[in-house]
Design a protein around this ligand. Sequence first.
Ligand SMILES: N[C@@H](CCC(=O)N[C@@H](CS)C(=O)NCC(=O)O)C(=O)O
Length: 212
Amino acid sequence: MTPILYIGNRRFSSWSLRAWLVLTKAGIAFDDRLVPLNNTDTRKALSAISPGGTVPALHIESAVIWDSLSISEWAAEHVPGLWPSHEGKRARARAAVSMMHAGFLAIRENCPMDLGRAPSPIELSDATRTEIAAMQALWHDVKSVDGPWLFGDWSIADAFFTPVAARFQAYDIPLHAGAQAYCDTLLADEDYLLWHHAAQAETFPNPYENTL
Ligand SMILES: N[C@@H](CCC(=O)N[C@@H](CS)C(=O)NCC(=O)O)C(=O)O
């Protein structure tokens, strides 16, 4: 069976983008199927395909994996090189990904991913400003000098921070030079651009209209 990755609207679903990027970079053959979010029947549709009631959800022969990090770990079990090979870098990459997976709630709340948004600033809460500084400090602390990606070669960490770069771009957030260069790398990635291009073709209503 070819794995099926259920995703949300490409324009808005940052967790779907992460899992899709990891599977794509891994070179794993999979089909994707979109479940439109923010509809009256979204909850029902999601509960039919995802035990967690969320996307992404990856259907493989033996299981449904309904969380972006778990999907990434499944991919890493099958394809080498998705985590850094150096033990210390790998530990730092896992820690950075865990921070993203579980935290940065103010950025996620205040600056939702919207790949159709023309870049323009919004009012940022104090908590969001603090987290933007923390994000840049984190990147500065762990950034490898061995390549353009966070840990040198592309890794799962880069998938997890790609939606952040898209948020910083969409809300025109000024960044330190190093953080900006890293975001530019993420947003110029050819696989991300495929997703971004497909997102532009979507015509679903914008749930953030009139709220930002
Ligand atoms: N921890 C989950 C979070 C997934 C998540 O919250 N997905 C959102 C879309 S980006 C979702 O499905 N929301 C349900 C809804 O909109 O009803 C993961 O990493 O996959």
